[in-house]
Design a protein around this ligand. Structure first.
Ligand code: NDP
Ligand code: GDR
Length: 337
């Protein structure tokens, strides 16, 4: 019999890549989708899997809905990817983010516990939980110091996952994933905002790209590689928590410089921390400037993860280099225009 998986957040970046990966592995894939006035299936369509997944009504805030979905589908594995995932906006909707990203994890775990504690569970935890970093590089043992309502909510979900594993012996894993990007990344996140803005400028657009803290540094991988790590966690004999990262860190400016090179600009950066500017060396044209509107009330300045445990126990290694990621995203946005 085909193995069944339920992915919450299937319409998001990771949901689409994970659906593709599970289909390749021979799974029957169910995707939780919430009711909206516009159906956002473009990612599943770009990957050519939209008509191979079964979409089910799924609202994380509604306990009865979670229970009936799990009862009906009876999946062997549940991947909880659904979330209000934008850190910047979590400062504006802190309690809503706490409900969706934190309490909902407890709702789901308790539903699984009641219906069938044998269902394997993956929780999408995040490097944002390290926040104001206490150790470099960060591992599964590094103390947490969240710096946003998003990170605080995710930390609750992380500990709930650990607690259900320890209290009831459930196969519940928390994947502490560092930033992972792709051409399917939401347009509000900095990498995709940059590649969309650069593509528009390269095609003759006039709007200078405005960013926040361009000196922030992240450990950036490719979403396509990271969903394989999620799946591997649920195939392991013993449930555990794993960091998935590349082990390299790069600034927003480095990302922008490489993405710009892929569309024909050579960026020269100038100015102090709070007001940086980038021009194209050949034409002198202003390409990027900072705007205080995009700075956060509390910032995570630097993240770099150590993926050694995932490599050793799961045989997981990221395949895509930072340079290849920047280029793929920039060229994808050029060809979309
Ligand atoms: P996206 O923002 O692209 O996708 C989020 C998904 O959650 C969408 O499908 C969205 O549906 C769904 N969703 C949001 N709220 C609800 C709700 N109340 N009920 C049901 N579904 C809901 O996120 P990513 O794919 O980038 O990330 C996947 C997960 O991994 C998230 O939990 C994120 O916090 C976490 N994460 C992401 C990292 C990254 O770098 N990408 C790194 C570490 C963790 P809709 O389409 O309707 O909006
Ligand atoms: P992040 O991703 O907060 O790390 O969360 P984002 O791309 O939003 O920010 C990364 C860094 O870039 C700086 N930055 C800007 N960010 C945005 N969005 N827009 C800008 O204009 C801008 N300018 C500079 C930010 O300040 C930050 O330092 C992502 C999400 O996917 C989370 O769900 C996930 O948990 C973490 O990655 C790991």
């Amino acid at each position: 019999m085909m193995k069944r998986a339920l992915i919450t957040g299937i319409t998001g970046q990771d949901g689409a890549y994970l659906a593709q990966h599970l289909l390749q592995q021979g799974y029957e894939v169910y995707g939780g989708i919430r009711r909206t006035s516009t159906r956002a299936l473009w990612r599943l369509e770009e990957l050519g899997v939209a008509d191979r997944v079964n979409l089910v009504d799924f609202e994380l805030l509604e306990t009865t809905n979670l229970i009936s979905a799990i009862r009906e589908i009876r999946p062997a594995e549940i991947y909880n990817l659904a979330a209000q995932s934008f850190v910047g906006v979590s400062f504006k909707v802190p309690t809503f983010t706490g409900d969706v990203d934190g309490l909902s994890v407890a709702r789901l775990l308790e539903a699984i516990h009641v219906i069938d504690p044998g269902i394997r569970f993956y929780q999408a935890s995040t490097s944002e939980m390290f926040g104001k970093i206490q150790q470099t590089p960060q591992t599964e043992l590094t103390p947490f110091y969240p710096r946003s309502p998003y990170a605080v909510a995710k930390l609750y979900g992380h500990w709930m996952t650990v607690n259900y594993r320890e209290a009831y012996g459930m196969h519940a894993c928390s994947g502490i994933l560092f930033n992972h990007e792709s051409p399917l990344r939401g347009s509000e996140f900095v990498t995709r905002k940059i590649t969309m803005g650069l593509a528009a400028l390269a095609k003759g657009g006039k709007t200078v790209l405005e960013l926040g803290n361009t000196l922030a540094s992240r450990d950036w991988g490719h979403a396509r590689d990271y969903v394989v790590g999620m799946w591997k966690m649920l195939q392991a004999d013993v449930a555990d928590d794993f960091v998935l990262s590349t082990g390299e860190t790069h600034t927003v400016e480095e990302f922008a410089t490489l993405a710009a090179a892929a569309v024909g600009f050579e960026l020269i950066w100038e100015g102090e921390g709070g007001s940086r500017k980038a021009r194209d060396r050949k034409t002198g044209k202003e390409i990027i400037r900072t705007n205080p509107e995009f700075f956060r009330p509390a910032e995570v300045d630097l993240l770099i993860g150590n993926p050694a445990k995932a490599k050793e126990r799961l045989g997981w290694v990221p395949a895509t280099s930072f340079a290849a990621l920047c280029e793929e995203m920039a060229l994808a946005d050029m060809s979309r225009l």
